[in-house]
Design a protein around this ligand. Structure first.
Ligand code: BTN
Length: 251
């Protein structure tokens, strides 16, 4: 599928494979840091850990922005948290208070309302930051079938959430976040901590040789998850995303 070239700060397309791929193509074509693309439908949307991100019937946000780091690439791992916080700021500006499930889920009323997928392309170098938000489901049944633990913004907002307004707010907040990250070299830990849905939750580290469970105590200075392990009582820092929140949707 090929879409016409676009050099607007925020390109709006009808249908794409993945907005992350469209944004990467724009970056390879020379689009600047902060340029973004959104689409009404994705045919091959991606989530974390190689999962698919299904386009649901209704109105939803699929938006990806280009970040061209001048920081050393070993400093960019925290960008996912920065982007999550930027999404939260954008939603707060529209009157919707969300929480953040470390490291990439956007939560509303204890259900997943969206997610963040940042992909590094070290050859350019560029990081494509994709944001998916469930806005208004055309069919509550479909949403429940595909994502039982999911919700939409419209289910909880006082007034209808208008897609263009939301996209502009998220885009503007992402641009601010990229600038902030560029100068700080690390995510906004205070901002993320205040919204940390994971706090106090039981988690299981699933990629260890001996899976361990523990309780989330907060974030480390560089954005890792501080977990107090049940077996030893000691608190350690988890940096892998292969952590599952027990008794909640996985991720
Ligand atoms: C997750 O929670 O697993 C992350 C989901 C990220 C989905 C967004 S939708 C816009 C962008 N394009 C993609 O293919 N994925 C991200």
């Amino acid at each position: 599928m090929s879409n016409p070239p676009c050099d607007a700060p925020l390109c709006v397309l009808d249908e794409v494979g993945s907005t992350n791929d469209e944004a990467l193509a724009m970056a390879r074509g020379g689009a600047p840091s902060g340029a973004a693309v959104m689409a009404h439908r994705q045919l091959a949307g991606r989530g974390q850990h190689g999962r698919s991100w299904v386009t649901l019937a209704g109105t939803h946000l699929y938006l990806s922005a280009i970040y061209r780091p001048t920081l050393p690439l070993n400093k960019v791992a925290g960008l996912t948290l920065e982007v999550g916080n930027a999404v939260a700021d954008a939603l707060a500006s529209l009157g919707v208070e969300i929480a953040l499930k470390w490291p990439n889920d956007v939560m509303l009323a204890d259900k997943k309302v969206g997610g963040v997928l940042c992909e590094l392309h070290a050859d350019l170098p560029v990081i494509i930051c994709g944001v998916g938000l469930n806005v208004t489901a055309a069919s509550a049944d479909e949403l429940a079938r595909i994502e039982p633990a999911a919700t939409t913004l419209s289910n909880h907002a006082d007034a209808p959430v208008e897609l263009t307004t939301l996209a502009r707010a998220v885009h503007s907040s992402l641009r601010d976040a990229f600038a902030r990250y560029e100068s700080a070299g690390q995510p906004n830990i205070d901002g993320y901590s205040k919204r940390l849905w994971s706090l106090g939750k039981t988690v299981r580290l699933s990629d260890a040789a001996n899976p361990r469970t523990g309780t989330v105590r907060g974030l480390s200075d560089d954005g890792g998850l501080l977990v107090q392990w049940s077996d030893t009582g000691e608190t350690g820092t988890v940096t892998t995303a292969r952590i599952q929140h027990v008794f909640a949707s996985d991720g």
